[in-house]
Design a protein around this ligand. Structure first.
Ligand SMILES: [Zn+2]
Length: 171
C-alpha cells in the first residue's frame, strides 16, 4: 500500500536561495519557496497495520526542510565553485559551516559570506533534481532505522507551484 503526504497541506516547506553555476538565467543567486511531497510504498505492519506513521514521515521531512530554510544552498561538489582555504577532496564539509566567513567563487564571481548563512551540501547542483535525491536518500535512511517494511521512498521537491522533480529511492 502507498501513503502520500502533500507538502503544501502538511507544511513541508522551506524558502532558500540557490544558484545554478554557469546557467544563463539561474547562474545568479535567487530564491524559491519550495515544498516537498512524499510518497512511500510498503507492506502494512506492526500494531496498527500502518505502512508508516505519518508523524514520522512529516517529522523527519520537516527536519530536513528546517535545515535548509532561510539559507543559501551551496553545492560543494560543483566544478564551477572554488573555495578559499578549503580542499574539496580532503577537507570535511562540516568545517565550512564552522567558518566565520567563507570565501568562494562561483563561475569566477567572488563571494564572502558568514558560514551560518549557508548550507553546504555534498551535491554537484542544488537543482530540484539533486535536492529531491538528497531528500529521498536522507529520509529513506532515517526511516530505515525504524521500519523494515518499506519498498521505496519517493520525494518530489517543488520549486514553487507548477514545477518539481521526483526521485525514488528503493529500499
Ligand atoms: Zn532556481
Amino acid at each position: 500500500m502507498k501513503i502520500l503526504v502533500n507538502g503544501i497541506q502538511s507544511n513541508l516547506r522551506f524558502s532558500s536561495a540557490h544558484v545554478i553555476p554557469g546557467h544563463e538565467s539561474c547562474g545568479y543567486i535567487h530564491g524559491h519557496s519550495y515544498f516537498v511531497d512524499v510518497e512511500i510504498e510498503g507492506e502494512r505492519a506492526g500494531d496498527f497495520e500502518f505502512v508508516v506513521d505519518f508523524k514520522d514521515v512529516k517529522g523527519f521531512t520537516k527536519a530536513i526542510c528546517d535545515e535548509l530554510d532561510h539559507r543559501l544552498l551551496i553545492p560543494v561538489y560543483n566544478d564551477l565553485i572554488e573555495f578559499k582555504d578549503f580542499d574539496k577532496d580532503n577537507d570535511s564539509i562540516f568545517n565550512l559551516k564552522k567558518k566565520h566567513t567563507v570565501h568562494f567563487k562561483i563561475d569566477g564571481k567572488g563571494y564572502a559570506l558568514p558560514g551560518v548563512d549557508c548550507v553546504f551540501l555534498p551535491l554537484p547542483y542544488t537543482s530540484a533534481e539533486e535536492l529531491s535525491k538528497f531528500f529521498a536518500e536522507t529520509l529513506a535512511k532515517k526511516l530505515s532505522e525504524t521500519y523494515d517494511n518499506l519498498e521505496y521512498v519517493a520525494v518530489c521537491v517543488n520549486e514553487g507551484i507548477g514545477q518539481g522533480a521526483e526521485y525514488r529511492k528503493d529500499l
